[in-house]
Structure formats: C-alpha cells, structure tokens
Design a protein around this ligand. Structure first.
Ligand SMILES: [Fe+2]
Length: 259
C-alpha cells in the first residue's frame, strides 16, 4: 500500500486533549505505523481553551516526540503542527508569529471552525492567502452547511482554501446522507488531504487505512493516493500545490438516483 500521510493527529504529550503521556503518544505512533501511516502532522490545538499552547511549546514537544520515536525505534516521521481555531484576529496573530504553520514551513496553516457555530470563512481565507499562507480547513464535513449546501465549500476552495477530511468520517459516516455527500466530494476533487484527528490509542485512534480503502471504492486509486498520500507529502514539505478544479455538482434527480 502507498505510504499514508496523516495530516492531523494530536500526538504531542500533555499539550492539549491528545495523549497525556509520552508512552501514550508512542502507543498511538505504533498503531499509526502498523496501519500504514509513514508521516504524521503532530498537532496541538491553538485556541482559547489552550492559551498556553504556543508555537514554541509545540516545537519543544515535537522535539521530545522525535527523540522518543528514535529511542523506541518507531520509524514514523512526525512534523510539528497546530490546529488553529478561527478567531477575529487570526490574521494579525499569524503576522505576529503567534500561530504555528504545518510542519513549521509557513506555507500552510491548519484551521478549524469555532465549535458549535458556522461562520463564513471566505474573508478569513482570502486574508490569510494575502499574507502568504494557505489555510487548510480541518474536518469541514462536520459542518452541515459545508457538507450539504451547494456551493459553500467550493467558494472556500476558490478563495484558496484546502480541505482536510477526517478518516473516521469516511470509514464510519454519521448517516447515509453524509456518506453520499462525502463520496460526491471525493469524486469531484473537493478533498485535498486526510487526517485521523487521532487523540488517543483507544478513544480516537490514529487510523487511516480503512478510510483509504473506502476512498478507493468511491473514487478510484488515483484520488485515494493523492488525498491520502501525495498531497500530504507535498504540504509537509511546504511545496506549492496546483489543485484540481472541483467537478460540477450532479444536479438532476436522475443522476443523484443513479449514483
Ligand atoms: Fe483536531
């Protein structure tokens, strides 16, 4: 199987609601490696619930994880990352260096919608792109408005946003309607990368392979390889990406019935 790249996994011990100890973090890394993951964005929340999580603390925790992986002889490559909750001053926080980019490369920034509400992120996306960093929206499929309302996610992609879907949403969709909408997203090239959003070895394990197989079934090998591997590799290395233009929505009732 192609090396899986996990673009969103809480692996930094003691920083947020991910693993509380390094042993737990290593158990997650072993699980991920055995499941086929070869690179992972070791992510911590940056939001008002975790005000002490600064770029410097993430870098230090990432350093400790790299050392622990070496000592435990687990050949998983990890990269420092933050999951930044959108806030009114996100653009100035970025400019002042208060937010950690994906792999600390200053090319991509993993962002998430504030919990429990839906915001129009187009201006935020355009503002960040103007500052030279490309936002990647974490798990937009959790948002009814983005998954099910025509044109919403396409508008964000058009503004320069990338889309990261959670492996769990693919392997175990909440409903048949969600599964159908996600299948449509993969077939139309809406999704750019996959993350486990792992938090622990048990509660939310860092697994990707089942989702990879489902994406293969839904949209074929080429899409599964791009979303689960090659785009993630490029992003972690800070390389620019030329995104596929999203395919058109299927609009007539016969097409949606025939799917
Ligand atoms: Fe997360």
């Amino acid at each position: 199987m192609i090396p899986l790249i996990d673009m969103h996994c809480h692996l930094l011990a003691g920083l947020d609601d991910g693993p509380s100890t390094q042993e737990e973090a290593l158990a997650m890394c072993r699980l991920a490696y055995d499941d086929g993951t070869r690179m992972a964005a070791a992510t911590a929340h940056q939001n008002e619930d975790w005000p002490e999580v600064t770029p410097e603390r993430i870098r230090l925790a990432w350093d400790r994880l790299v050392q622990a992986l070496r000592e435990a002889e687990i050949p998983l490559a990890v990269f420092p990352c933050a999951e930044v909750m959108v806030q009114p001053d996100i653009e100035s926080a970025w400019v002042k260096g208060r937010l950690l980019s994906v792999a600390d490369g200053r090319r991509y920034l993993l962002i998430e919608m504030p919990h429990g509400c839906f915001l129009d992120l187009e201006a935020t996306v355009r503002g960040l792109v103007a500052q030279g960093v490309r936002p990647i929206l974490a798990h937009p499929e959790r948002q009814e408005e983005l998954l099910h309302e025509a044109g919403q996610i396409e508008r964000l992609i058009e503004a320069g946003c990338l889309v990261q879907v959670n492996a769990g949403s693919v392997a175990q969709p909440h409903s048949r309607a969600d599964a159908k909408a996600l299948k449509d997203w993969f077939q139309r090239g809406i999704v750019h990368c996959l993350g486990s959003d792992g938090h622990s070895p048990r509660r939310r394990p860092p697994l990707m392979a089942a989702a990879y197989r489902q994406i293969q079934q839904w949209a074929g090998h080429a899409v599964a390889d791009r979303v689960c591997s090659t785009f993630g590799m490029a992003i972690l290395q800070g390389l620019p990406l030329r995104l596929p233009k999203p395919g058109p929505r299927r609009s007539n009732w016969f097409a949606s019935w025939w799917k």
